[in-house]
Design a protein around this ligand. Sequence first.
Ligand code: GTR
Length: 322
Amino acid sequence: MRLMKTLLACALLAATGSAALAQTMKAADVHPAGYPTVVAVENMGKKLDAATQGRIKFQMLPGSVLGGEKEMIEQTQVGAIQILRTSLGPVGPVVPEVNVFNMPFVFRSIAHMRAVIDGPIGQELLDKLSASPARMVGLAWMDGGSRSLYTKKPVRKPDDLKGQKIRMMGNPLFVDTMNAMGGNGISMGFGEVFTALQTGVIDGAENNPPSLFTTNHFKTGAKFYTQTNHLIIPEILVMSKVAYDKLSAADQAAVKKAAREAQLEQRTLWDAAVADYSTKLKAEGVEFIEIDSKPFFDATAPVRAKYGAAYADLIKRIEAVR
Ligand code: GTR
């Protein structure tokens, strides 16, 4: 009887103990509800809730409610956001080691990028981010497709970009990329692009079909979508180190497992979204201009030389991935 009572007391203590450690994590994304990254992270939260008996839950905050990516990265670093899905682009200025994936034409194709992020190099880069002083833990990669130019005047070759101000994500590497491609790169947050296009502060931008559609940027007259595919940048899912360090080893492992599953689930959602939004963009009158991207590849060689020097061996390994 006494033993029973002691066991019961222990069980009760364990239950209240774990309840006290329960964390509702703010999960943030610039994209709206329903976007592939948002859905995959929501599903990850549901799985974690079940796997940890409610110790870990996600509160999804989509649609830039907590700011642009630069601001959200800062909030994640200090622990105000616990889970962040962001493009790797704006992470580059904080963790320079990841810039290798941000270089123009570093991946031959989306299939090549996927093979790299799914394999040892992908894991190495997540680990480098986690080991950096940035106070973020790299959990998983997601697909951001490939980025192409959209402008108000058709562009077919680097010369057509002369004098055109093109919005790029906040990272000097991208401004250099656009300048090398023939235009004038302007660094700006995602949330400012619509008004900047509308008022003529910029003449164009670059992104994948789901982002071009959901932001309505094409409604500003930027309806020539030139298939340059100059940047294939993976998205990254990170956790604030502040939150991660509070978890037990078992819960940390559960988070990493669920994140890896989210990486693969998002890919399926992504492929469907690209097909769906490309059809919708065409129906809205967006002209997809097929081009030979070689002149843009050649024009950006100095950017790869400048930024790639620091990762020469890694780039050779990336190229060797089939
Ligand atoms: C999207 C990406 C976002 C954001 C945006 C941008 O493709 O998913 O994370 O980086 O591009 O251009 O700022």
